[in-house]
Design a protein around this ligand. Structure first.
Ligand SMILES: Cc1cc2nc3c(=O)[nH]c(=O)nc-3n(C[C@H](O)[C@H](O)[C@H](O)COP(=O)(O)OP(=O)(O)OC[C@H]3O[C@@H](n4cnc5c(N)ncnc54)[C@H](O)[C@@H]3O)c2cc1C
Length: 317
């Protein structure tokens, strides 16, 4: 087995029944597609498949995914689920112990430039930049504590990422990719007090090492009509929606200076006011403070929208 493979196979010598039960429980908890036959169990997750084939208490585990990173992500998740059962998988030929966590890219800071009063535009450089412009719009910026040599999460022998803790714990805020060209990518950070991410951006020197992990999270809803509501943290996502929406898009934002958007200092009030005129088939997208996102979710569900017809996400708390 080669770790660049998009299919990997491992074996467990005992405990197949317990593993099957754990996978079934996870499928229910995460609402994953599950197929069970007397000798095999298949779980679909993160665009891949995790298959368990039983021979009594022994079993073969096969992971297949369209990207090596996703194979590793699924293997890491499996290791986490099996840890409490005390079950270890033998992955013949696995040579990735000590490798960086899947999806993690080491980058160098190029520059931090103020964008108006409210944002900092952060540009990073690294050979994996192009990867972050495909798929999900978001990534986590991993910032080491000030004055500490960075320790990045690395894989253990089961393929599980072990994250630094205590004095070396990383700060992991989520951001939205704004642009990418060649080895460079950039994103916009809302400036606010008490922000470890902004503090890092303010003190880091060009060339400083930093890590990002992803991409993941949402993309543009596939709908003929989208109504989107967001605060400043959601502005980069709203701009991507403006660039990528295939149908009609209406925007409401509490952030300043967005042409083509309705000013909405109170996003919930704007949503409440707009809802009675919602055209059928519209996808409503809402992102902002956790409490507002929760209230928006209740409002939209209360107005009779099906789950698939709205997205309400907490961008900060
Ligand atoms: C999918 C997704 C995409 C996102 N995209 C972006 C993006 O492109 N740009 C962006 O700036 N943010 C974005 N965010 C929001 C960002 O992840 C949070 O604001 C995060 O808390 C920032 O981390 P921090 O280091 O600034 O502060 P934290 O360490 O998380 O928090 C420190 C303190 O700051 C407060 N705080 C956090 N955010 C804000 C804020 N915006 N205004 C005022 N106080 C705040 C917290 O309540 C806390 O008291 C996104 C979030 C998600 C989930």
């Amino acid at each position: 087995m080669n770790l660049s493979d998009l299919t990997i196979t491992g074996n467990i010598a005992t405990g197949a029944g317990a593993v099957a039960a754990a996978l079934q429980a996870r499928a229910v908890e995460w609402d994953l597609a599950l197929t069970v036959t007397p000798e095999a169990l298949s779980l679909l997750l993160w665009e891949g498949e995790l298959r368990l084939t039983r021979e009594g208490e022994r079993a073969r585990l096969t992971i297949t995914a369209p990207e090596r990173r996703l194979v590793q992500v699924i293997r890491g998740a499996l290791a986490e689920w099996l840890e409490p059962l005390g079950v270890q998988v033998d992955w013949p030929g696995a040579r990735d112990e000590g490798a960086l966590a899947p999806g993690l890219a080491l980058m160098r800071l190029v520059e931090v430039v103020p964008q108006g009063e409210d944002f900092l535009r952060v540009t990073l450089e690294g050979p994996e930049a192009a990867r972050f412009a495909q798929g999900g719009w978001h990534f986590r910026l991993l910032v080491p504590p000030q004055g500490r040599v960075p320790h990045w999460p690395r894989l253990n022998d089961q393929g599980r990422a072990i994250w630094p803790e205590g004095a070396d714990a990383l700060h992991r805020a989520v951001y939205t990719l704004v642009g990418q060209e060649g080895d460079r990518l950039w994103f916009d950070m809302v400036r606010h007090v008490g922000s470890p991410s902004c503090d890092w951006a303010a003190r880091a020197m060009p060339g400083a090492e930093v890590a990002i992990i992803g991409p993941g999270g949402g993309t543009c809803p596939e709908a003929a009509v989208i109504w989107a509501f967001g605060d400043a943290t959601a502005l980069p996502a709203l701009r991507r929606m403006q660039a990528e929406a295939k149908g009609t898009l209406r925007l409401w934002t509490s952030a300043a200076g967005v042409p083509d958007a309705q000013a909405a200092p109170d996003l919930l009030a704007a949503l409440t006011e707009a809802l009675p005129g919602l055209p059928p088939g519209t996808h409503v997208w809402f992102a902002g403070h956790e409490a507002e996102a929760r209230a928006a979710r209740a409002l939209l569900a209360g107005a009779g929208l099906a789950k698939r017809d709205f997205t309400a996400v907490a961008y900060w708390s």
